[in-house]
Write a protein that binds this ligand. Structure first.
Ligand code: 13P
Ligand code: SF4
Length: 305
């Protein structure tokens, strides 16, 4: 089916199913265009909680759809591509986390939301890249087992007095896709641009940036900053979103290699099929969901400036 017919089909199915479409800012431009809301993973989960729609088509990756389902157990959360996962989330298993907990019995476990529901369930508290420092500082324990992203963990360690025990996980898009030489070249090509990067990037990259923040924080920074040009160090899908909200500003990807293949698995065809066949429902077993929700709720109580 061609693009305009597909979009028509999605619009009519959406009405029929009384559904809403949520899209992460790393999604393809055409998916962000048809979405009712776009945003970061946590922001989208919060929208899922306030919507009256029973059916939520979550255009993102599995851990995001799981989080939306855990926070909204009475809603139907559909992930249009069941293989859309996260290489970072896959760097830790429940067994390995349990071993690590035995090794550091006095450490609190903080899991980045980019993790599976069973990892969240085994954690004391969750965090996002927007609130990780505040979450770690909110704990009474001096020692923190931070999983699974070592770059975000290192970033937090540089901003807290707590002892951070790192897990050796990373996101290939940020760790390998955005290197210091990419930033150097982008700065040479755009000398007036501000550099903003995600804390999942290597420390060698974050130290070259004017601003380090989550996807939502970067969007706010770009909106508020008087600068008219920005070099963007995160998954390149965000450029569409930044341009849409700041039409008078210029955004340059730090690297053409910063593409998350799982995020790009979702297409208009798959969104139409998700609505047509009500596929693929993401449901976390109740016993895991209840414990994971505790860690997420605890995070949501932490105040962030
Ligand atoms: P956000 O939590 O900012 O949505 O980022 C998710 C992600 O996958 C970062 O790589
Ligand atoms: Fe996971 Fe990295 Fe893709 Fe984000 S960009 S979903 S952390 S693989």
């Amino acid at each position: 089916m061609e693009k305009t017919s597909l979009i028509k089909r999605i619009t009519s199915l959406k009405k029929e199913r009384k559904a809403i479409i949520l899209a992460h800012v790393y999604q393809r431009d055409e998916i962000q265009k048809i979405a009712d809301f776009t945003g970061d993973s946590l922001g989208l989960s919060k929208i899922a909680a306030t919507t009256t729609s029973k059916v939520i088509v979550f255009c993102g990756v599995r851990f995001m759809a799981e989080t939306a389902s855990i926070l909204n157990p009475d809603k139907i959360v559909l992930l249009p591509e069941k293989r859309a996962g996260c290489a970072l989330a896959d760097t830790i298993t429940l067994e390995r986390l349990k071993e690590e907990k035995r090794e550091y019995p006095d450490a609190a476990v903080v899991s980045y939301v980019n993790s599976s529901a069973s990892i969240k369930a085994e954690s004391d508290i969750c965090c996002t890249s927007a609130n990780a420092v505040e979450v770690v500082n909110s704990l009474k324990e001096k020692k923190v087992l931070f999983v699974p992203d070592k770059n975000l963990g290192r970033f937090v360690a540089s901003k807290t007095d707590k002892e951070i025990i790192l897990w050796d996980g990373f996101c290939y898009v940020h760790h390998y896709g955005i290197k210091p030489e990419h930033i150097e070249l982008a700065k040479k090509n755009h000398p007036l641009a501000k550099v903003m990067v995600h804390p999942e990037c290597q420390p060698e990259v974050t130290k070259m940036a004017d601003y380090v923040g989550s996807t939502a924080q970067m969007a706010r920074y770009a909106f508020k900053e008087s600068s008219k040009e920005f070099i963007v160090g995160t998954e390149n899908g965000i450029i569409y979103n930044l341009k849409t909200h700041n039409p008078d500003k210029m955004f340059y990807p730090a690297s053409e290699e910063a593409i998350c293949k799982d995020m790009k698995m979702i297409t208009l065809e798959k969104v139409a099929l998700a609505l047509e066949n009500m596929q693929y429902e993401v449901k976390v077993p109740e016993e895991i969901a209840v414990r994971a929700k505790k860690a997420l709720d605890k995070m949501l109580e932490v105040k962030v400036k």
